[in-house]
Design a protein around this ligand. Structure first.
Ligand SMILES: [Zn+2]
Ligand SMILES: [Zn+2]
Length: 406
């Protein structure tokens, strides 16, 4: 990993201001790493990040932010604002932070490092707020791993008026470009009828048979799917006893594609597979789609600033990953100029969503990345605060790349 935050000269322009940002992050080192470690030690799944949100809010308040928690309908969403000393409403630069963990795994996606680096970027900007126009807007965004919390926050108006949205995500490589798949969660419940599995099984209707048929259908369907499409699921309820014909089974699937039209068609087809399994077993299927995330529009203007600021610390952009999961940050990228840069917290290759990645998220390498990410996010924000034409250019690109017909 790169060189010291205190001795390295940041990227032009505005290197002096960016140096003060790096120093502010370094000054908050103990506070930020303590926050990262505490969140890591207390993993909370999507929509239940009460402790993590409270800790982030507490730190932001201590650094002069006006904090709303909850913000909007989600109990664990945060909006914290701090006005620049030069006045005015523009620009409003969003610093985002995720803090949800994975059920049964903990912080296997390393979101503890995102939370603390997002807070770090915000408080570093607050340290030089006197020289800034506009508003620093920190958004604590729940439920990235399931449920697309950012979409709720968009619908609640929490992204209204934002000129740019910045964050960092941990990875085993460093790069600014990502190509997340559009993704949606599907809950499938089959309802049948119980009966004794030995004395009178013919009186029952087997909801587990329906579930097995659905998994078989999905398995066969895969051969006909595009290489970039994904469909995968787990059985959450599979019956209660071997001598009872199961009257209820439940599964959680995800349907994903990098192509919007394909993504829509896959959802229709998936629903048909559920109905077909119900028909074949004389059971009833309830299919509920929720928490959709979209494909990402990486803003090149912001990406170039990020890469320049990162390069000053010796971070070479390694190019996008060959394959990627999904993220609700992509939804934000359809609302305002946005980037989703990744920085390494672990040596390559360390798979995400794994025990190894979870354990990596509190190593000295991850800790240094927390501080580095906070610095580069804040410096990229500083570029935007300092130069209104950069904000205009980011928006010009955003509008020009909008698909025709909206
Ligand atoms: Zn993640
Ligand atoms: Zn993840």
């Amino acid at each position: 990993m790169p060189t010291s935050l205190l001795t390295t000269r940041p990227a032009a322009p505005h290197a002096a201001g960016k140096q003060r940002i790096a120093a502010a992050v370094e000054a908050a080192r103990a506070e930020l790493l303590d926050l990262s470690h505490r969140i890591h030690a207390n993993p909370e799944p999507a929509f239940e990040e009460h402790q993590a949100a409270a800790w982030c809010a507490e730190t932001l308040r201590a650094h002069g932010f006006e904090v709303e928690l909850p913000a909007g309908r989600l109990a664990t969403a945060i909006r914290a604002t701090r006005r620049g000393g030069r006045g005015g409403e523009a620009p409003r630069i969003g610093i985002l932070a995720e803090y949800d963990a994975l059920p049964g795994l903990g912080h296997g996606c390393g979101h503890n490092t995102m939370a603390s680096s997002g807070v770090g970027a915000a408080i570093a900007l607050a340290a030089i707020a006197d020289e800034l126009p506009g508003v620093i807007v920190f958004l604590g965004t729940p439920a990235e791993e399931r449920g697309s919390g950012k979409q709720f926050m968009i619908d609640d108006g929490l992204f209204d008026g934002l000129d740019a949205a910045l964050l960092y995500h941990p990875c085993d490589r460093s790069h600014v470009d990502i190509a997340p798949l559009a993704s949606i969660d599907v809950e499938v419940v089959f309802t049948g009828l119980q009966s004794h599995a030995a004395s009178d099984p013919w009186k029952g209707r087997n909801a587990l048979d329906a579930m097995i048929l659905l998994f078989t259908s999905v398995g066969l369907w895969r051969q006909q799917l595009r290489p970039s499409a994904r469909v995968h699921g787990i059985i959450q309820e599979g019956g209660t006893a071997a001598n009872i014909i199961p009257d209820r089974t439940k599964a959680w699937f995800m349907v994903r594609s990098d192509d919007d039209a394909d993504y829509q068609a896959m959802q229709v087809r998936f629903r048909q597979l559920c109905d077909a399994a119900a028909l074949a077993t004389d059971t009833r299927a309830e299919v509920t789609f929720s928490g959709g995330s979209r494909t990402m529009r990486t803003n090149r203007i912001l990406a170039e600033r990020w890469m320049a600021n990162a390069a000053a610390y010796g971070i070479e952009d390694m190019g996008g990953d060959a394959s990627y999961g999904s993220t609700d940050m992509a939804n934000v990228s359809w609302v305002c100029p946005a980037i989703h840069p990744d920085l390494a917290i672990a040596p390559f290759p360390t798979p995400g969503h794994s025990i190894r990645f979870r354990d990596a998220a509190v190593t000295p390498m991850a800790d240094e990345t927390v501080l580095m990410a906070a610095t580069i996010v804040a410096q990229t924000a500083f570029d935007l605060f300092a130069d209104p034409t950069l904000v205009e250019a980011a928006w010009a690109e955003f509008r020009a790349s909008e698909p025709s017909g909206g």
